[in-house]
Design a protein around this ligand. Structure first.
Ligand SMILES: [Zn+2]
Ligand SMILES: [Zn+2]
Length: 285
């Protein structure tokens, strides 16, 4: 019998799985959108990467780097006034030169140079905005993917649970059916045992020659693939075995073929085994 307690436990587990998957999606989205800026202070010797148009400097391999120019962190920050990229967390300048003053100087000097520089600065701003837009777009895409996967996960657990419930329902129906048929009955009393046959050590037996009586057959001691009815065949000594264990092996043409050869019927034994299996599976007393 399936206890209602067990079913309740499963439902509780199901609810928890749902809650956990929601939490997981939430964490995914937070992790993607909120990227902690962990940067390392640096005296300016480290090589950083800049693009031809952007206003930021990057670590090698940052996805913003469509064009790549190398310079030291000092050159990037103090001389050229680049800002650290928010996506690849490059090192932060921590050298003796005052950072903001120099950056302001470089910015004011570059803007006072000529119209040409101002134009290129505007272009730079546009490129930077494009890059930021791209980043946001990527984040939205990744967030949506996380949502999609989360919903898939919830769907999967729901389907699994539904399947489990249907299987349980079927199990209960079968159990009721077998309960009516087999409850408190010895499987042996439910099958037609041939006269003088019985079960010994789990195998069908009868009184007679060999360890299993009429149910004794023989196979080669090593990798026997053929069933014999004589303990010695073709000058080879064979090992006795119960016929129920090897009934589907091909019969020896020398000793186990022909009309005279009569092997015992084992249908009753197979039925007995099946009833025993069902009683165990459905926990029938
Ligand atoms: Zn970057
Ligand atoms: Zn033989």
């Amino acid at each position: 019998m399936i206890e209602p307690m067990k079913a309740k436990t499963i439902i509780k587990i199901q609810e928890w799985v749902n809650k956990l998957s929601c939490l997981l999606i939430f964490i995914c989205i937070i992790a993607i959108v909120w990227k902690p800026i962990i940067a390392f202070a640096d005296n300016g010797d480290t090589i950083v990467h800049v693009t031809n148009t952007g206003k930021c400097y990057h670590t090698a391999g940052c996805y913003h780097l469509r064009s790549d120019r190398e310079m030291t962190l000092y050159e990037a920050v103090v001389e050229n006034g680049y800002n650290p990229c928010i996506d690849c967390n490059p090192p932060i300048y921590d050298g003796p030169e005052p950072l903001h003053e120099k950056m302001e100087k470089s910015q004011s000097s570059s803007s006072s140079k000529s119209n040409n520089t101002t134009n290129s600065k505007e272009k730079t701003d546009i490129a930077e905005k494009d890059e930021e837009g791209e980043t946001l777009f990527l984040k939205v895409i990744i967030g949506l993917m996380a949502c999609f996967l989360g919903l898939k996960l919830i769907g999967f657990t729901k389907r699994t649970y539904k399947k489990w419930r249907i299987e349980k329902e079927l199990f209960l129906q079968e159990q009721n059916r077998y309960m009516a048929l087999y409850a408190n009955k010895d499987p042996l009393s439910l099958v037609d045992i041939p006269k003088d046959s019985f079960i010994k050590d789990g195998y069908p037996c009868s009184n007679g020659n060999g360890p299993y009586g009429d149910y004794t057959v023989y196979i080669a001691k090593k990798n026997g693939k053929v069933l014999h009815v004589k303990p010695e065949c073709g000058g080879v000594n064979l090992a006795p075995i119960n016929y129920a264990q090897v009934y589907n092996l091909p019969h020896c043409k020398r000793c186990a073929s022909g009309k005279k050869i009569k092997l015992p019927k084992i249908g009753w034994y197979q039925e007995y085994i099946e009833i025993t299996r069902i009683k165990k599976k459905y926990q029938i007393p």
